[in-house]
Design a protein around this ligand. Structure first.
Ligand SMILES: [Zn+2]
Ligand SMILES: [Zn+2]
Length: 261
């Protein structure tokens, strides 16, 4: 069985946000309470995270996630990375280093911001004080295997920093990270109808660095997944209103949603 758990479905400030409250979101709808974006998956027997949001501690506890084989990073914005210290509890439970994956720039940024977390030697493992992470550099469009899981990193276009998407098992699951558009080149790596396509929205009308609903509808039609779930929503994105504007095979997601097949 394969599984996706939406740990957080919110954009950088979360919902509610300190400055803007609930914005356009209905405060009476529990689906509009959003932690920052992160996703857990079990695919081909491999258990992994996409990104470590600043809400990671509570996301792992709430969803009873105690074991991880890997973490894939999309980009180095704080809402996707700065819960990294909370991986310590995973090390504490496993007694082993944890493998993390990202592009050369991403891994370099992690090594610069969090040098104390990079561990090359299992003998130095001391998860009482800090996480112990073993970095792996990935390259765009160069597939690799983790046990039976096939991973293909792809480049996102138009975000204000480098951003990476991941295609798993030739398209069984496609995870798109903060982006404005996709290069036509990447579609050839999606060789089957995706069970789940995850795409970030932020605001319905889009911004200079983020795709809006029109772009998402274009990709829902073009990639034609069984289901597209929309995450990374800011206070402008009310759950019911976004849902109302979606095509049949798309819908907004919410914190704690579990998708299995
Ligand atoms: Zn973001
Ligand atoms: Zn970002």
């Amino acid at each position: 069985m394969s599984k996706v758990i939406i740990l957080g479905s919110g954009a950088a400030p979360g919902v509610p946000a300190l400055a803007n409250g609930f914005g356009a979101c209905d405060a009476n709808n529990p689906k509009n309470y959003r932690m920052r974006t992160g996703t857990y998956m079990e695919l081909s027997g491999v258990k992994f995270l996409i990104d470590t949001s600043p809400d990671l501690r509570w996301q792992l506890i709430k969803n009873n996630i105690k074991k991880l084989d890997a973490v894939f990073y999309t980009h180095s914005h704080a809402d996707h990375l700065h819960g990294i210290d909370d991986l310590r509890e995973i090390n504490r439970l496993s007694g082993q280093m944890l493998d993390i994956y990202g592009t050369k720039n991403m891994i370099q940024t992690i090594c610069t911001r969090f040098p104390y977390l990079i561990c090359q030697d299992e003998k130095n493992l001391n998860p009482i004080f800090k996480a112990a992470l073993r970095p792996h550099v990935v390259e765009y469009e160069m597939s690799f295997m983790i046990e039976q899981l096939k991973v293909t990193p792809i480049e996102m276009i138009g975000h204000n920093i480098e951003s990476t998407g991941y295609i798993f098992n030739d398209g069984e699951v496609v995870h798109i990270a903060d982006f404005k558009s996709l290069d036509e080149r990447v579609f050839k790596y999606i060789k089957r109808q995706p069970e789940v396509l995850i795409m970030p929205l932020t605001t319905p009308l889009g911004t200079r660095f983020h795709a809006g609903l029109d772009e998402l509808k274009y990709y829902a039609a073009k990639i034609n997944p069984k289901r597209m779930v929309i995450n990374h929503m800011a206070v402008e994105s009310d759950y019911e209103e976004v849902k109302r504007q979606c095509l049949n095979n798309m819908k907004p997601t919410y914190d704690g949603e579990i998708i299995e097949w």
